[in-house]
Design a protein around this ligand. Structure first.
Ligand code: DC
Length: 225
């Protein structure tokens, strides 16, 4: 089988990672969570006592930051297991600043391309179809209303025991949407050849089935149950 890459992009909390993980499992592909890389970098900047709003200070860490995503979904940065810590509100509210710095983006995009070329993959993020993997066989742009996205993220936080109010989640989602789509370099953008999927009124299973149908149509690759 020829190498197949599936790009799933869209705004914050659109349910991309939940869906991408299941799609990857059903296809037997590797799942690559690029948001986790920006989050891990943000965690490391905070861990080093630096201000994520300071571009120069944050970028000075590029040569020393080593990020790895494990098969079981855990995330490591410079030997620290940050799987849970990168979902904490302090990281969520600072990650868009880190993701807006060109130097950091270029370093993480190199890593994403390297991982994406190795195996058949499902990669989710903001710029996968438009910039990281422009030749991906399947490109999905997953959207949902701000209210739906905030509700989903709020429930997810509750399940994980992460303390936030619904109002804080709405503010965070809106703020990240704004910063992600207004940065100068490589903003959140739907690739011209991406298929838009509004998931506001869809269940996770319906979204997964819709994506798997598109994958089969475009590549001939069939999913396992
Ligand atoms: O998907 P997420 O919420 O874990 O992403 C965290 C942040 O990283 C988000 O604010 C946007 C940014 N990001 C990005 O700019 N490009 C990507 N490919 C993935 C995430």
């Amino acid at each position: 089988m020829k190498h197949v890459a599936i790009a799933i992009d869209g705004p914050a909390a659109a349910g991309k990672s939940t869906v991408a993980k299941i799609v990857a499992k059903r296809l037997g592909f590797v799942y690559i969570d690029t948001g986790a890389m920006y989050r891990a970098f943000t965690w490391y900047v905070l861990h080093r006592g630096l201000d994520p709003k300071n571009e120069e200070a944050s970028c000075s860490l590029i040569p020393e930051v080593r990020i790895s995503l494990k098969e079981d979904g855990s995330v490591f940065v410079c030997g620290h297991d940050v799987t849970r810590a990168i979902r904490e509100p302090l990281v969520s509210s600072n990650v868009s600043y880190i993701a807006s710095y060109k130097g950091i983006r270029l370093a993480l995009i190199d890593l994403q391309r390297e991982l994406g070329e190795k195996d058949n993959c499902v990669m989710d993020g903001r710029d996968i179809g438009s910039y990281v993997l422009p030749h991906a066989e399947v490109k999905i742009f997953q959207i949902a209303s701000v209210e739906t996205r905030a509700k989903r993220r709020f429930l997810e936080n509750q399940e994980k025991g992460i303390p936030t109010t619904y109002e804080e989640v709405v503010a965070d989602v809106k703020n990240r949407d704004y910063i992600d789509s207004h940065r100068d370099f490589d903003p959140l953008m739907q690739a011209e050849d991406a298929i838009p999927l509004d998931t506001s009124d869809m269940t996770i299973e319906e979204v997964v089935d819709a994506i798997l149908r598109i994958v089969e149509e475009k590549t001939g690759v069939k999913a396992c149950r």
